[in-house]
Write a protein that binds this ligand. Structure first.
Ligand SMILES: Cc1cc2nc3c(=O)[nH]c(=O)nc-3n(C[C@H](O)[C@H](O)[C@H](O)COP(=O)(O)OP(=O)(O)OC[C@H]3O[C@@H](n4cnc5c(N)ncnc54)[C@H](O)[C@@H]3O)c2cc1C
Length: 286
């Protein structure tokens, strides 16, 4: 961004609906969609399958739908994944079972407390289908790139595929480009610097930024929440010492996402504006 590469679609963020919610565990481990696919259901504090209120597909509705339903249930008292009826859970999901046991939860016996967690960025540095960005000499591959293949809402497991496919394409295109026009000198521009130790002093600021983004630029946004986030991010930027460049970079990214979310006045995929409901909800309201 600072050197002039174009970013695109950075307002589209995907939340995983079922991260294990335990105090002090950050990042929260995920309980894969496959467990819901195998029959686990989501229950609220009354033991009701609340996802059916949001979508007839229930637990298997798209990630953004289930994530919003889980967030609402969590805010109203809690959301739990009930995998007790899944047959052969321990043999079908040995990694998840071991992770849960490490946290003192037995999925064959216990309800599993869950909440949504930020999972994937659909947008990023705009590239063509061979990894070229809009800045000559800069290439991007992987989650940092916005190739367009994920649209507004990535399908599960497609990012590893994207990494494989586009790394291969970019590697070939880069080799071709270098054969045709070898660079005169190596690039020297840098947006970072040596670690000054200043970032270690800014944990409170980063925590405030995380809370601010979760509350105002998370699963649901509105003009008011986004304006508030922009103002607060400015304040946090002013209170961050210049040598804390990692924290400054994170604040820049948070600000760009917030601004992009404010400029997109519609709901689409991973970007839900409460003040611009999706067309399907508007039709229902008529
Ligand atoms: C919990 C979890 C589960 C997931 N499960 C799946 C899944 O099942 N299927 C799927 O398709 N996707 C999944 N994803 C998404 C997928 O893992 C990521 O999109 C993918 O790993 C991105 O790969 P990447 O190489 O682009 O970036 P990364 O894997 O983030 O790699 C970037 C690397 O760059 C390094 N780096 C950063 N800054 C610097 C620097 N300044 N100098 C040098 N190195 C630096 C980092 O340390 C890191 O090693 C999951 C994501 C999460 C968080």
């Amino acid at each position: 961004h600072r050197i002039g590469a174009k970013l695109r679609d950075i307002e589209f963020l995907q939340f995983h609906p079922t991260a294990l919610k335990l105090p002090g565990i950050n990042p929260a481990p995920l309980i894969s969609e496959a467990v819901r696919g195998a029959g686990a259901v989501l229950l609220d504090k009354e033991g009701r399958r609340f996802t059916l209120d949001a979508d007839p597909r229930g637990e298997l509705a798209p990630r953004d739908v289930v994530a919003r339903a889980v967030a609402a249930a969590d805010a109203a008292g809690g959301a739990w994944l009930d995998a007790r009826a899944v047959e052969d859970l321990a043999t079908r999901f040995p990694g998840i079972t071991a992770m849960l046991l490490r946290h003192g939860l037995d999925p064959a016996r216990d309800l599993l407390p869950v909440a949504p967690a930020l999972h994937y960025a659909m947008g990023g540095i705009q590239t063509d289908l061979e990894g070229r960005t809009t800045k000559s000499g800069l290439w991007a591959v992987g989650e940092v790139a916005r190739t367009g293949v994920h649209g507004a809402n990535r399908l599960a497991s497609n990012s590893l595929l994207e990494g494989l496919v586009f790394a291969d394409r970019a590697g070939r295109a880069l080799a071709e480009t270098l054969r045709a026009t070898p660079p005169a000198t190596a690039a020297t521009e840098s947006v970072g610097g040596r670690d000054s130790g200043a970032d270690a002093e800014c944990e409170t600021i980063r925590q405030e930024m995380r809370n601010l983004m979760t509350a105002n630029v998370g699963l649901q946004r509105s003009e008011a929440s986004l304006l508030l986030a922009e103002r607060e991010l400015d304040r946090l930027t002013r209170s961050t010492p210049a040598p804390a460049w990692r924290t400054h970079n994170q604040l820049v990214v948070a600000g760009l996402i917030t601004n992009a979310a404010r400029r997109r006045r519609e709901s689409r995929g991973g970007h839900r504006r409460t003040d611009y409901p999706p067309a399907s909800l508007k039709r229902e309201a008529v």
